[in-house]
Design a binder for this molecule. Structure first.
Ligand code: F6R
Length: 361
């Protein structure tokens, strides 16, 4: 049942304010400015001994893991990174007893992720799951974890589950941070930011008509570039994946700082750039990248907290705490991919060659 929407993708994008509300519900502890994660199965003493966190997932879940790693590093000050689960599995990784492994999966059935979890468990590692489907194979195999509570996702491409997974990582980061060195004040600041998310997502969704208009402007492109820096880079990766999956437009994502090391050679009027430009300590650096693109006559669509003078168009997003901005900045680009694909007459819920859950190698 599409509940009055033309596609499941549109329905699922629209459900995000409620979905985010669900991942937060019952978990916030205002007294200690932290969150309770009932299924984590990690006592505070153990949490203090973690030296590294390695996050494993595929596709969109891998991108959510990249944002998750950034959230954990900034809030809990634990070195963290994310890697595609299949790459990890095939490089005979060094499994370190002081590393906490986190497997991310919407379906909980993705074979590459499940196989990585089983290999880690066989070697005695502790593995947590950040999973949407309750009771799925990865959820059962993990030592504990955080359910994402996005609700059923039917469209082959992931939207609301991505947003909820990133929010679940913010909860995990806050929890670990408050056991380690994150102050009460910062904990409180993050909690207030988390509580603002559903209404801010609602506000972004109200801008759909304008995003649709912009999607129709850019729908003729053969190829598009997506750029972002640090927190914005995984947002760029995910937005480019979404666009290529449902519109079949070729898209690349690069860290903004890498432009001059190669991809700047591609920039010309026929190759538009989507730039993630949050109002944070990297704003001036990001503006400089826009200038470099403009100097090569590249067209720019910015996703930003304030209008960008060098951009041809800016989609404005409400500001949250710096750490939580990536959760919001991806949402207008889901709508952008959606309306681009719609303008091109694509089969949005069932893109060619793709399956919802990849249970084979
Ligand atoms: C992209 C998409 C895929 C999945 C990937 C992992 O929109 O849906 O990239 O994210 O196949 O699936 P899960 O999260 O079920 O492990």
């Amino acid at each position: 049942d599409m509940g009055g929407h033309d596609t499941f993708m549109h329905k699922e994008i629209s459900e995000q304010p409620d979905a985010v509300d669900r991942v937060l519900r019952g978990r916030i502890d205002d007294r200690f400015s932290t969150v309770h994660l009932g299924g984590l199965n990690l006592d505070p003493r153990e949490a203090r001994t973690i030296r590294r966190i390695k996050i494993l997932g595929c596709g969109t879940s891998y991108h959510a893991g990249l944002i998750g790693a950034g959230l954990i590093e900034s809030m809990a000050r634990i070195p963290a990174d994310a890697e595609p689960a299949s790459e990890f599995r095939y490089r005979n990784p060094v499994v370190d007893p002081d590393t906490l492994y986190v497997a991310v999966s919407q379906s909980g059935e993705t074979y590459d992720v499940l196989a990585a979890v089983q290999e880690l468990k066989r070697k005695g590692a502790r593995v947590l799951g950040v999973v949407n489907v309750v009771g799925s194979a990865i959820a059962r195999e993990a030592d504990g974890g955080v359910y994402v509570h996005a609700g059923p996702e039917v469209c082959v491409v992931s939207t609301k589950c991505f947003t909820n997974t990133v929010t679940a990582f913010a909860l995990l980061a806050l929890h670990l941070g408050r056991i380690r060195d994150l102050s009460v004040t910062d904990g409180k600041r993050i909690i207030e930011g988390l509580r603002r998310l559903p209404a801010q997502i609602e506000e972004i969704l109200k801008g759909e008509d304008e995003i649709k208009r912009l999607a129709e402007v850019y729908a003729g492109a053969q190829s598009m570039m997506f750029i972002g820096r640090v927190r914005g880079y995984p947002v760029a990766l995910e937005a480019s994946l979404k666009l290529k999956e449902i519109s079949y437009i070729h898209a690349e994502a690069y860290p903004a700082s890498e432009l001059k090391h190669g991809p700047l050679a591609l920039i010309e009027p026929a190759l538009p750039t989507v730039a993630i430009v949050p109002d944070d300590d990297l704003l001036e650096k990001n503006r400089a990248a826009l200038e470099e693109i403009k100097a090569r006559s590249g067209r720019i669509l910015a996703v930003a907290h304030q209008p960008q003078e060098k951009a041809d168009h800016t989609i404005l997003v409400p500001k949250n705490e710096d750490e939580l901005d990536p959760i919001l900045m991806g949402i207008p680009l889901q709508l952008f991919a959606y309306h681009t694909a719609l303008a091109m007459g694509r089969d949005i819920d069932k893109p060619r060659n793709l399956a919802k859950s990849v249970t084979v190698e």
